[in-house]
Ligand binder design. Structure first.
Ligand code: ATP
Length: 357
């Protein structure tokens, strides 16, 4: 069992707040991802969990035990760093067994633990190699192996995939998910990559400038972002925002944008200063004008094989539409009829940037 509770945890450095106070309970077996742009406070939060940073205020519990002032080595938490931090003068076996030797386990216990982890991670043939003789992906697995043999209650991972090339990153991402399914150990994982967060996290904490913006399951962050920042951060290509107002016309709520109007299909309420948020993948083409569609003129077509991004002029705004590649792609200057998926429109208040619907 490993439940971590953060109670009003915060961290300030001399002249600024790195992490503003927040509460979070990380349940046993969760794969919790801390995500956000550079400098948002995710590494500081992870270092507080590891005991490498003392919080300015708040309390930290591991399974109901207050570990706020506990030494890192006494926390039963293993950290995997971005640069792997392997000992260069030790081979893979010694790197993986080092912590167990410190714990004074017997040679046979150590050999059994290393063998088990090395098998799981596909490292059995590499045990005699030194870190400099390994690829980035292999080094990353050794760093993981070193954490696994300790059988910690919690793994903390700080951008462990960031030194890998794109292909290896995708592969290792899948391996980490499989590893978590097998070990079922609580993982807290830091990344600035929303795709990693969405694919790996059972829950995501999204941060900006030291403030937690939203905590939730990946799909909830995607479907119900609480503010414009979350809406834009989660999803690729990102959500696009059109500036305008909402007016009530008889029974219909109409978004009045710059040079065009759109029936909101019952979403929202009359408001003067809003952003309408639409994801490119939530726009669809239809063959004729319908009450809920709007017209768009094609500017550029980007065909990426399985799908195409069509960039269009809509009134005086620009909008991107992501569609599966049809047999014939639209031509430049062609007028398209575009319809948003029902329930796929997001409305944010200008100023507060908060979601209104
Ligand atoms: P990145 O993705 O770039 O690693 P991050 O989200 O992990 O960013 P943190 O490393 O947690 O961000 O830093 C949060 C803020 O605290 C930043 O403004 C950073 O400059 C600041 N900071 C971090 N460590 C210290 C320190 N030891 N002294 C002073 N300021 C610090």
């Amino acid at each position: 069992m490993a439940t971590i509770k953060l109670q009003q945890i915060s961290k300030s450095f001399t002249d600024h707040i790195a992490v503003a106070p927040f509460d979070l309970t990380i349940e046993d077996g969760e794969f919790l991802v801390l995500v956000g742009p550079s400098g948002c406070g995710k590494t500081t939060t992870l270092r507080i969990l590891a005991g490498l940073e003392t919080p300015s205020a708040g309390q930290l519990f591991l399974d109901e035990k207050d570990i706020t002032n506990c030494e890192p080595k006494d926390r039963d938490i293993a950290m995997v760093f971005q640069n792997y931090a392997l000992y260069p003068h030790m081979n893979v076996y010694d790197n993986m067994s080092y912590a167990l030797k410190l714990r004074k386990l017997s040679k046979s216990q150590i050999a059994a633990a290393v063998e088990k982890a090395a098998t799981m991670l596909g490292l059995k043939d590499l045990l005699k190699r030194y870190p400099r003789e390994l690829s980035g992906g292999q080094q990353q697995r050794v760093a993981l192996g070193r954490a696994i043999v300790r059988q910690p209650k919690v793994f903390l991972m700080d951008e462990p995939l960031s030194n890998l090339d794109a292909k290896l990153r995708v592969q290792t991402r899948a391996e980490l998910i499989a590893l978590h399914n097998k070990l079922k150990t609580t993982i807290v994982y830091v990344t600035h990559d929303q795709v990693e967060a969405m694919t790996m996290g059972t829950r995501i904490v999204i941060m900006k400038d030291g403030f937690v913006q939203q905590i939730g399951k990946p799909i909830d962050l995607y479907n119900r972002p609480v503010n414009r920042f979350v809406a834009e951060f989660i999803g690729a290509p990102p959500m696009q925002f059109l500036s305008g107002s909402i007016v009530k016309n008889e029974e219909n709520l109409i978004f009045q944008g710059d040079g065009f109007a759109l029936n909101l299909q019952g979403r929202g309420e009359a408001a003067s200063e809003i952003y309408l948020g639409i994801r490119p993948e939530n726009l669809h083409l239809c063959t004729e004008k319908t009450p809920n569609s709007f017209s768009a003129q094609v500017l550029i077509v980007e065909n990426i094989g399985s799908e195409a991004i069509i960039h269009c002029d809509v009134g005086h705004e620009k909008i991107a539409i992501k569609i599966p590649v049809p047999q014939t792609l639209p031509k430049i200057s062609e007028i398209l009829f575009v319809i948003p998926g029902k329930g796929d429109l997001h409305i944010f208040a200008k100023g507060s940037e908060k979601s209104m619907a």
